[in-house]
Design a protein around this ligand. Structure first.
Ligand code: GDP
Ligand code: IMO
Ligand code: MG
Length: 424
């Protein structure tokens, strides 16, 4: 019996999709536990690239069940497209997908509010996928859930309640609220396609667990975007850390066996907010070019910088990480010297972890390590890496205080060094 959680340790886009796809080959069920179509998880199989926003990144395998958990916010149109993609590939067999009745629906009004707010001075660079307003409706207890699609009269009342709640803000921002009857009718039309897949996802997860099956819990975003533990207010609106894997799937903390943190070998961020190790100018451009750092959801250029040790330490703590998977090591090839931030300085004090406030004012304290010129993409064992790359990995393990158990050296499934079996 095993439940393994996968979370991002930085600001998202760490390569969770690739790692989940790889590990799903050995799993019986894969559960997305939070977020919505703000996520963009890239899978590369035999050179072909596929990006999923909602369905778990195990969807391209034939066997494991794909579960969309209660913690998710679901844009029905995006989900229908992704289910169609699975069907097209012959991967949508009966019972393959379960969408939690408890997950929330992203409504047109959520997109509208997200868009209107992002035009203003308080913009935080969201993905404009309606995520914040949808989670806001959930917390205000006026959200519309997937299960509400079952009862047209009830659905209409829920949609009307949500819209009534948003009307004052929309009007103040100069927008026009959508028509509730039209919205409900559109949802009911879309419901036809989703209905076969809606079910008791939490029961499906527990049944799998009780049968001794292997369950992979796939996180979205990254620890520094977490609503509580991230760079608030420049965060997403949900619990993306390992605690969210429990609330978002219905498992209890005691059911989790391992928590794997995915970290790039450097750091990226999309949107506004503090980023202590950010590289400006040509150095940042070079990393962006080498790593093809453009958002999988919005296409925006990602801000790039050196690896941030305090962020790693923070992520190890708040997720209870048992280990790290290090991705994109190949991207650092050719850099003469690599810098790693080992701590920050703020107002004369040395900080080992990000402060709750003032991250935009810290000065990173860097250590320099020698780089490598060899191509590492073909390496399948640690021994096949240059000694300087191995030393870089060892230093990351020291800084984080947990072992690196997987190293990714390219986007493809095959381009991976496995150092330990996550299921053992
Ligand atoms: P996610 O949101 O964490 O799933 O990550 P994204 O898919 O948004 O972004 C990660 C990008 O890096 C994708 O384009 C992946 O194909 C790519 N990628 C993942 N691992 C590696 C790797 O080890 N090397 C290289 N060069 N690219 C990788
Ligand atoms: P994956 O799962 C990178 C960022 C947005 C913005 C902030 C709030 O692919 O790693 P939101 O639309 O969620 O209200 O935006 O969070 N963000 C992500 N950045 N990867 C993601 O997902 C992200 N999901 C949200 O850029 O800064
Ligand atoms: Mg992504």
């Amino acid at each position: 019996m095993s439940a393994v959680v996968i979370v991002g340790v930085q600001w998202g886009d760490e390569g969770k999709g690739k790692v989940v796809d790889l590990l799903t080959a050995e799993a019986d069920a894969v559960v997305r536990f939070g977020g919505g179509a703000n996520a963009g998880h890239t899978l590369v199989v035999d050179g072909e690239k596929v990006v999923f926003h909602l369905v778990p990144s195990g969807a391209l395998h034939t066997r494991p069940r794909c579960i969309l958990g209660a913690g998710m916010v679901i844009d029905p149109r995006v989900l229908i497209d992704e289910l169609a993609e699975m069907r097209r590939r012959g991967l949508l067999s009966e019972g393959r997908v379960t969408i939690s009745e408890r997950a929330h629906l992203v409504l047109p009004v959520h997109f509208l509010v997200d868009e209107l707010r992002e035009r203003g001075p308080g913009a935080i660079g969201t993905t404009k996928r309606g995520i914040g307003p949808c989670y806001q409706d959930r917390a205000a207890r006026r959200g519309v859930r997937i299960g509400d699609l079952d009862d047209p009269a009830h659905l209409k009342a829920r949609v009307a309640a949500s819209l009534a709640g948003w009307r004052p803000e929309i009007e103040a921002l100069g927008g026009t609220p959508p028509n509730p009857v039209q919205v409900a009718d559109e949802l009911l039309a879309l419901a036809e396609e989703l209905r076969p897949w809606i079910g008791d996802a939490e029961d499906a997860v527990h049944t799998a667990r009780e049968a001794g099956e292997r369950i992979l819990l796939e996180g979205a975003q990254g620890t520094m975007l977490d609503i509580d533990h991230g760079t608030y207010p420049f965060v997403t609106s949900s619990s993306v850390t390992a605690g969210g894997a429990c609330t978002g799937s219905g498992l209890g903390p005691g059911h989790i066996d391992r928590v794997v943190g995915i970290s790039k070998a450097y750091t990226t961020r999309v949107g506004e907010g503090p980023f202590p190790t950010e590289l400006h100018g040509e150095a940042g451009e070079a990393l962006r070019r080498a790593g093809h750092e453009f958002g999988a959801t919005t296409g925006r250029p990602r801000r790039c910088g050196w690896l941030d040790g305090p962020v790693l330490r923070h992520a190890v703590r708040v997720n209870g990480l048992t280990e790290l998977a290090l991705t994109k090591l190949d991207v650092l090839q050719g850099l003469e010297t690599l810098k790693v931030c080992v701590a920050y300085e703020l107002d004369g004090a040395r900080l080992e972890r990000p402060p709750s406030r003032g991250l935009e004012r810290v000065t990173p304290i860097y250590e320099e390590l020698p780089g490598w010129t060899e191509d590492v993409a073909g390496a399948r064992t640690l021994d096949a890496l240059p000694e300087t790359a191995r030393a870089y990995i060892r230093r990351i393990e020291e800084l984080a205080g947990v072992p690196v158990t997987l190293v990714s050296v390219g986007p493809d499934r095959e381009e991976t060094i496995r150092l330990r079996d996550v299921w053992a």
